[in-house]
Design a protein around this ligand. Structure first.
Ligand SMILES: [Zn+2]
Length: 409
């Protein structure tokens, strides 16, 4: 089936590249052409489904670089993920994936689940058994005995077990290997956030083993020492990247510059709940927590946007909330939109198919009111969400009032 979508503006991405009075022509799950409306009107089949969106913008579907579909956002998320049967957990994950999709997120990177369930969900979505975003899945993160998120099943000790689990996750079909390079916040009786869980040598083994399987490595690292070790090992992305030490904040320009030189992305995995967190932290705490984003950018570290959705207070439909944090910190809108589309696709090695509106690319796009380059909150409540050419309608979403599609189906 062909679909022709027209709008007053098509943001093809990146760097504000746009077409006024533009259109996107789609064949099944793939973008066939992007261009001026009158050109594409001539190119489209007579029976193409047509939808016109005046005063609206078409742009690539958004990418959330850090989620946990297996966490249900409730205060009891830890009990649920440990106690639910696979079948129950999977149903919840499918629902949460759809919440993300309804909000315009057409790709998520799931950085840690139990039993490879996110891989099963990914495959079911790819088969069109159910709607959902494209999922890049990590399966169980590598961690140490009683380490951060050990309950997800990724405990390893020593080189042999490390290599074994990397191979196990790859055999399950993982798209990325996740390692908990430092402690975290949510696991009772585990190492503190700043403490390293793996040696630099062990991280290098993980990267070496993963790269033989052609898989990138995402390293969870709060501690400066863990960030340094992950950088030296050559991971693809550093998650959280919060520069902590036993004695408080510990930003290191030299390490950040190494990240920049090696093209290692920082995905700071912050929720859209930042306004209330800032109130609680006060000015000094706010600078330690959020000022690092500005500092990293100034040193040339490429930034991408994730939310850690699934943790309490981090919802699956609020990527825009985290994008607004970057706006608050003074990042330009076009750069923020790139971070959640093109830059993330590049970081994840999928930029030949996702993150831009280009002929031959996956038909992942959203239509929003007005111009999100002038106001980011226009990205909320998209009028249309297409994932691989399929329209997704959440049951509680309104039909766009300008939908002229039924004339020409
Ligand atoms: Zn996480």
């Amino acid at each position: 089936m062909q679909q022709l979508i027209t709008a007053s503006q098509v943001l093809i991405g990146p760097a504000q590249q746009r077409i006024q009075e533009g259109a996107v022509l789609i064949q099944d799950d793939t973008i066939l052409a992007v261009g001026q409306r009158h050109h594409l009107e001539q190119q489209a089949d007579e029976n193409a489904r047509r939808r016109d969106y005046p005063n609206s913008t078409v742009l690539p579907g958004l990418i959330n670089g850090h989620v946990h579909l297996c966490f249900d956002t409730s205060p009891q998320f830890l009990e649920s993920v440990q106690q639910d049967k696979d079948s129950d957990l999977l149903l919840g994950m499918a629902g949460r994936a759809q919440q993300a999709l309804a909000s315009g997120v057409t790709t998520v990177r799931d950085l840690g689940d139990r039993g490879g369930l996110s891989i099963r969900l990914r495959d079911a979505i790819a088969r069109d058994d159910l709607p959902g975003p494209r999922i890049l899945a990590a399966a169980a993160p590598l961690t140490i005995p009683n380490g951060h998120c050990h309950f997800l099943g990724g405990t390893v000790s020593g080189e042999a077990e490390i290599r074994q689990l990397v191979h196990h996750n790859a055999a399950l079909g993982a798209d990325v290997i996740k390692v908990m390079a430092s402690g975290g916040q949510i696991t009772p009786n585990s190492p503190p956030m700043w403490a390293s869980q793996f040696t630099a040598g062990e991280l290098s083994i993980i990267v070496e083993e993963a790269s033989q399987l052609e898989l990138p490595v995402a390293a969870h690292a709060h501690g400066t020492e863990a960030i340094a070790a992950a950088t030296a090992a050559g991971v693809s992305t550093i998650e959280h990247c919060s520069w902590q030490s036993a004695n408080g904040p510990d930003r290191r320009d030299d390490i950040a510059k190494q990240m920049a030189d090696r093209g290692i992305y920082a995905c700071t995995a912050l929720s859209g709940n930042w306004r209330s967190i800032m109130k609680r932290l006060g000015p000094e705490g706010t600078e330690a927590m959020y000022g690092r984003l500005v500092w990293l950018a100034e040193l040339g570290v490429p930034l991408i946007i994730g939310t850690d959705a699934g943790l309490p207070g981090s919802w699956f439909d609020d990527l825009v909330g985290t994008m607004e944090l970057f706006e608050y910190l003074g990042f330009p809108h076009d750069q923020i939109i790139d971070m959640a589309t093109f830059t993330s696709a590049t970081a994840f090695g999928i930029a030949n198919n996702v993150g831009r509106l280009q002929p031959g690319y996956s038909a992942d796009l959203i239509v929003v009111d007005g111009d999100p380059l002038t106001r980011l909150d226009h990205l909320r409540n998209p009028q249309l969400v297409l994932a691989r050419g399929r329209e997704f309608r959440a049951s509680n979403r309104q039909e766009p009032s300008t939908d002229a599609g039924d004339q020409n189906r």
